[in-house]
Design a binder for this molecule. Structure first.
Ligand SMILES: NC(=O)c1ccc[n+]([C@@H]2O[C@H](COP(=O)([O-])OP(=O)(O)OC[C@H]3O[C@@H](n4cnc5c(N)ncnc54)[C@H](OP(=O)(O)O)[C@@H]3O)[C@@H](O)[C@H]2O)c1
Length: 331
């Protein structure tokens, strides 16, 4: 395993980490969650990602019970939660000071830990002033309940505002973002956030590196019955595959699959290794509903040497979605 700094923060996170969206509490119960976490940990993974919104807290409960049952030493791993979707009531949603505090306390109980290493604002909340959220996160840090706080899918402008408020009010600024990043979804990580890495040393723990499994190639000829896109409750995700835009993505993935096979690797490894090539990525969060998937994905680092300049160019030709480089005067 390789370990990377979380941006300019001193915390080292494994380049591959494990999250539990859709899986723990939906596809995976405690017994298999323990096996997945044990395998991840033994493979060098030291960061586990979660959120209050995953299966209405069940995902965190399973992760907490599994970590406790495995007896993992608290100083050998980091665990996260995210606040935003805590329930149906107005007070259970968003990033107001009350919900931020209550979400943290509830996550600590479910995950059975005394503090969260990373605590993310799961989305921006247009109904709460950014200053209120920054202060609420700062207070949790002061209370020892959170080590690093960050955002997920905030715009560069919103993150910049959070930094400005923190600086003005002498509060703790965000350290990391959790954006979607994969071969089919690149703009934020590669273009919009560029000033944030430079100006603030922002780290990133990126999600859906395989675009929910599309980039394994398993949807190239239809939707397998035991896959995420076939799950009840995830019809909205299946629609993204059924659409014209989805089919254009599948056409690209077929070509990527061919390229990978010429290199003697799987398109899964090619796709994960491609994310790892980006130096602004601190950790690539894996998802796995089965042990075989996790075991396979843990080997993705081995594919990194295959991604030479020529291969990266060939990938660009296929995906054809590189965000334009930032404009500089005189160029
Ligand atoms: N911050 C956010 O808003 C946000 C949003 C989404 C996710 N996340 C985080 O990011 C983590 C990863 O996201 P993700 O689960 O969408 O990642 P992903 O890697 O894009 O998709 C993972 C899914 O793809 C399939 N898969 C993975 N490896 C495979 C393999 N080797 N062969 C065949 N199928 C394979 C499995 O689904 P099936 O077996 O069910 O088909 C697996 O659950 C989440 O757990 C969560 O912690 C954060």
């Amino acid at each position: 395993m390789e370990y990377r700094r979380l941006g300019k923060a001193g915390l080292k996170v494994s380049a591959l980490s494990l999250g539990s969206w859709v899986t723990f509490g939906k596809q995976v119960a405690l017994r298999d969650a323990k096996i997945l976490l044990r395998t991840a940990y033994d493979g060098g993974i030291n960061f586990f990602d979660n959120a209050e919104g995953y299966e209405a807290g069940e995902s965190e409960k399973i992760m907490g019970d599994a970590i406790a049952a495995l007896g993992l030493a608290r100083d050998t791993f980091s665990v996260s939660s995210k606040v935003f979707w805590g329930g149906e009531q107005p007070t259970q949603l968003g990033l107001n000071a009350k919900h931020v505090r209550e979400a943290c306390d509830a996550a600590l109980k479910r995950l059975r830990v005394d503090y969260l290493d990373l605590f993310f604002c799961h989305r921006p909340d247009i109904d709460t002033p950014i200053e209120e959220t920054v202060r609420a996160m700062h207070n949790l840090i002061q209370q020892g309940k959170v080590i690093y706080w960050g955002t997920s899918e905030w715009s560069a402008q919103q993150i910049t505002e959070a930094h400005a408020v923190a600086q003005r009010e002498h509060l703790t600024p965000p350290s990391m973002e959790q954006p979607e990043y994969n071969l089919l979804h690149r703009h934020r990580v590669e273009a919009e956030y560029l000033p944030l890495y430079q100006n603030y040393g922002m780290g990133t723990t990126i999600w859906s590196p395989l675009a929910s499994g599309l980039l394994t190639g398993k949807y190239n000829d239809g939707v397998p019955g035991d896959s995420r896109l076939a799950l009840p409750g995830y019809e909205w995700l299946r629609k993204t595959w059924d659409s014209d835009a989805g089919q254009q993505k599948i056409a690209k993935i077929r070509k990527l699959t061919e390229l990978a096979s010429q290199l003697g690797i799987s398109v899964t490894h090619l796709s994960l290794a491609w994310c790892l090539k980006n130096p602004n990525v601190s950790s690539v969060i894996l998802g796995a509903s089965k042990l075989t998937q996790l075991e396979d994905n843990l080997r993705a680092l081995d594919a990194l040497p295959q991604l030479t300049t020529e291969v990266m160019d060939a990938i660009e030709d296929i995906v054809d979605n590189r965000p334009p480089a930032p404009q500089r005067w005189g160029q």
